[in-house]
Design a protein around this ligand. Sequence first.
Ligand code: NDP
Ligand code: PMR
Length: 398
Amino acid sequence: MALQATSLLPSALSTSKEAKLSASLKDSSFFGVSFSDYVKADFASSSLKCKKECNSKRAIRAQTIAVATPGVTRSVSEQKKTLREGSVIITGASSGLGLATAKALAETGKWYVIMACRDFLKAERAAKSAGMSKENYTIMHLDLASLDSVRQFVDNFRRSGRPLDVLVCNAAVYQPTARQPSFTAEGFELSVGTNHLGHFLLSRLLLPDLNKSDYPSRRLIIVGSITGNTNTLAGNVPPKANLGDMRGLAGGLNGLNSSAMIDGGDFDGAKAYKDSKVCNMLTMQEFHRRYYEDTGITFASLYPGCIATTGLFREHIPLFRLLFPPFQRFITKGFVSEEDAGKRLAQVVSDPSLTKSGVYWSWNKASASFENQLSQEASDPEKARKIWEISEKLVGLA
Ligand code: NDP
Ligand code: PMR
């Protein structure tokens, strides 16, 4: 049964101005698709389990570290023995979700944030205007579109002498209007090169540092998205993510002797972004399979909600940027503010109840976290293994 898009509109959208908005959403291909085609699709999220994970042993240790043994008087030094300040690297912390997460963690006083950013001045201004206190953060240069920069960042971080307790791979670029691909320093298509390959190298290089940490709960978090998951309505908006047989990735995504797209097809910036998010979610699971048992590190991904106001949409046409926030706020109801999304990611960094590894976290309407289900492609272990193996060759690890 094909529902009409207008039947989904709240009654508040009855003014002529808002009626125009709904009409344009319904009829135009401005959002990349006719809206009425997509209201037919099922909300896969309604069938998702709403399950909170039990505390792991490590998390219990973290929580109870300062708890007194009943009947025993504690010495002053024992009373002072609390969890040390955690140390977290957040990539792309100069705006949007990364900045909001940095702020949320820094203001707890329990976290020192290493903001790994490509534009030092922008990051410094952003941290200042977010009201972050200088003793809670530092900025280190990282350009994920250059593998040399990734390696340099790792060296610089190690030289700082700080421990690494949590790594958050958050930065991303989205080029929905690009007609031609652009490329990273090593010649990989920019979206997959930055969002996936840059983070892949960073995470692989920093894994031993995470493993060395004595912090009770070490975590590696890679930000995923609903739009890479074709088991959802949002994931069915064209162009859909599809890695195919990964012939383009295997060929180096250089647009010369191989396609710039992972599946070997014609360049499409929006698809390249969604494909990169599938790579992010598959990489997190492959890390889990390869390293969780031996290291105890928690590997997680998440969809923080639709943060429709961030810089991610900076390259979209102005009309999209104007209409996207009200569309998400009033129609899909998937909207979340930057501040609230930051609190969600901060939860995945530090909440003692979110220590389960291999999980893709989402939040329900009451803002409670739950383990979400990934699409078939985004949870395919064979594809995850293949991406891992091709990626390690591309970034020079194999
Ligand atoms: P923003 O554009 O606000 O933030 C992206 C960040 O990535 C910026 O700090 C940007 O730096 C940084 N970045 C981009 N390229 C590079 C690079 N080459 N090296 C280092 N840093 C880089 O977008 P969001 O906050 O929305 O995106 C954050 C994450 O959230 C992304 O992974 C995105 O996929 C994910 N996400 C976003 C959703 C949304 O609705 N907005 C929904 C689901 C997931 P600079 O400031 O210098 O440009
Ligand atoms: Mg989408 C429940 C419905 C839902 C949700 C949660 C999102 C999230 N979107 C939904 C539905 C729709 N969107 C529908 C029905 C349409 C067609 C009108 C639509 C269109 C659309 C466009 C054109 N949506 C978009 C775009 C983008 O350019 C954004 C994108 O894909 O960026 C990669 C986007 C998004 N919608 C979302 C979210 C979270 C995005 C940002 C994507 C991301 O960061 O992964």
